[in-house]
Design a protein around this ligand. Structure first.
Ligand code: SF4
Length: 250
């Protein structure tokens, strides 16, 4: 088992048209941003220990985990109760990172969903024209920051410039993601040859920045997921979690 995800629900500070959490049943999208302890928190830690999982991720279904009000307390508790040597990672849209740098730096690493530096493109993809100041976030960060960039027709024409700017800002790892269920194939770094593959996904060296072109549909990662309503599910593809298939009558 590769990952253990803690999923947060509640209002988000962005309005992405492709928000995957909105495909989940309403019953699991409950607001847990002010809840401590989380529902099934102890069972989650027991499972992480039992399965020997070494990567715990704070992420969202329909919200940004940086909006959770008890991040420090939950991290402390997990670090005391999980004995697998796990690292703790924040998967966030970065919107409040600059204002909450102290909490941001409590994690071992962070991955920011960041599709464009261009305000108009950002608005089309995230539902707001306000682009987080990535340079300022990187200046304040004391932990490694990876960028996760969804590719759609909106930002595809900018990808070359986007990669160049991220590399110039000192980003060391960047992932380009296809939309869940996307059938189009984007041509990425056509002049370059992958230096390796990670779980079937090509990895490129972009002048010192590692760029992975990630295809969710064919990747073989596995995880357990603690949903906001306390459901503990066991599939990497959230919408394929067995409990939800049963609920949807599939
Ligand atoms: S930032 Fe994440 S949780 Fe918020 S709307 Fe966008 S995809 Fe959904």
């Amino acid at each position: 088992m590769d990952f253990a995800n803690i999923l947060f629900g509640g209002p988000c500070n962005r309005f992405c048209p492709f928000c995957i959490g909105k495909q989940l049943p309403g019953s699991v999208q409950v607001n847990n941003l002010d809840l401590y302890p989380l529902r099934n928190q102890e069972r989650f830690a027991d499972e992480v220990n039992r399965l020997g999982i070494r990567q715990v991720v704070f992420t969202g279904t329909v919200t940004d985990p940086s909006l959770y009000r008890h991040q420090a307390r939950l991290l402390d508790w997990l670090r005391s109760n999980i004995h697998t040597g796990a690292s703790y990672s924040l998967h966030s849209n970065g919107v409040v990172a600059e204002q909450r740098m102290h909490e941001f730096n409590l994690y071992d690493k962070a991955c920011l969903s960041f599709p464009s530096f261009n305000s108009q493109t950002y608005q089309r993809m995230m539902g707001s024209p306000k682009v987080p100041d990535l340079e300022a976030i990187l200046r304040g960060a004391t932990i490694p920051v990876k960028i996760s960039c969804l590719i759609t027709p909106d930002n595809y024409p900018e990808i070359d410039d986007f990669l160049k700017r991220c590399q110039q800002l000192g980003i060391r790892r960047l992932v380009l993601r296809r939309l869940f269920g996307e059938e189009r194939h984007w041509e990425i770094l056509p002049q370059r040859t992958p230096v390796s593959h990670y779980r079937g996904n090509p990895v490129y060296d972009y002048d010192g920045m590692e760029v992975t072109y990630w295809n969710f549909d064919t990747s073989q990662s596995t995880s357990i997921n603690l949903f906001p309503n306390g459901t503990l599910g066991g599939s990497y593809l959230l919408t394929e979690t067995a409990q939800f298939q049963e609920m949807a009558g599939r």
